[in-house]
Ligand binder design. Structure first.
Ligand SMILES: [Zn+2]
Length: 278
């Protein structure tokens, strides 16, 4: 019974990906350096990745895993030395990401707003939150969102040994597979604090490292207006926006997205999720 449900969810996910492509989001692919965005106003960046944002890096990506069984071994990826911080796009595409959840107090409101505007986003979830809110992961799957791995307990990976990091990542991927129907293909290090082990283990588990371009700073609870200004001011093709749907009082985040999301859409941006390609 449960297995059937997983397969159903998986089919819906695959159908969702196809629908996204048909809707014109196929132009968004992963890239680093963002050459197509060169010349646009510099987006505000924050976090330790900011200094690396303009470094080009050549690489090739593996294709989206096919229609294999849920427990298939993940495809090994090339080990990166730095995370992806923006997407390459030939149009005005942006990617929305929400970290640290799911949280029943905030995540449903964010999902409602995304649904209202027919937008798909990425949720980097923590395993300990997933096991308490499986239904929210199921809803993300049903509504076509992409779920990434954000560790189990949100530790500073640079203070853990390799065995501990593996445990944090593996257990979270297991919980995601159980609740979402598919193992995650993306990983984001807590606090943006990456190390070699995180890149190596992520690649081993078939996950690409995803950072961000614009930090909304919602984790500082700076006021709804400030969050809105950050997103609207940082909007540019290829930008990956970081917000949080857990980890504190996120009511400002919930209110802000109700304003900045329609603004971005009215400004001609298409909010989408990245695809992995060969
Ligand atoms: Zn986080």
């Amino acid at each position: 019974m449960q297995k059937d449900q997983l397969f159903t969810r998986r089919r819906m996910l695959l159908a969702g990906v196809a629908a996204l492509g048909a809707a014109g989001t196929a132009g968004v692919v992963l890239a680093q350096g963002g050459e197509e965005t060169a010349g646009t106003a510099a987006a505000p960046v924050a976090g330790p990745q900011a200094r690396q944002a303009l470094k080009p890096s050549a690489f090739r990506l593996q294709p989206l895993t096919g229609d294999g069984p849920p427990r298939a071994a993940p495809r090994r990826l090339k080990v990166r030395k730095e995370p992806i911080m923006r997407v390459s796009t030939s149009g005005r595409h942006m990617v929305l990401t929400f970290d640290d959840g799911p949280n029943p107090a905030y995540t449903p409101h964010i999902l409602d707003t995304l649904a209202k505007h027919d937008v798909r986003a990425m949720f980097f979830v923590c395993g300990e939150c997933v096991v308490q809110n499986k239904e929210l992961l199921a809803r993300m799957a049903d509504e076509g969102h992409v779920v990434g791995n954000h560790t189990w307990t949100h530790p500073l990976l640079t203070e853990l040994n390799r065995r501990e990091i593996r445990s944090e990542m593996e257990s979270t991927s297991d919980a995601i597979e159980d609740a979402y129907g598919e193992r995650p293909q993306w990983f984001r290090a807590p606090y943006g604090a990456w190390n070699r082990a995180a890149f190596q283990l992520g690649a081993e588990m078939g996950m690409e490292p995803m950072a961000w371009t614009v930090d909304t700073t919602d984790w500082m609870e700076p006021g709804t207006r400030t969050i809105i200004d950050r997103v609207e001011g940082g909007a540019a093709p290829g930008v990956v926006v970081l917000s949080h749907d857990a980890g504190g009082d996120r009511s400002q985040t919930v209110r802000a997205i109700r304003e900045w999301l329609p603004y971005l859409i009215d400004s001609g941006y298409r909010l989408t999720v990245p695809r992995r390609r060969v």
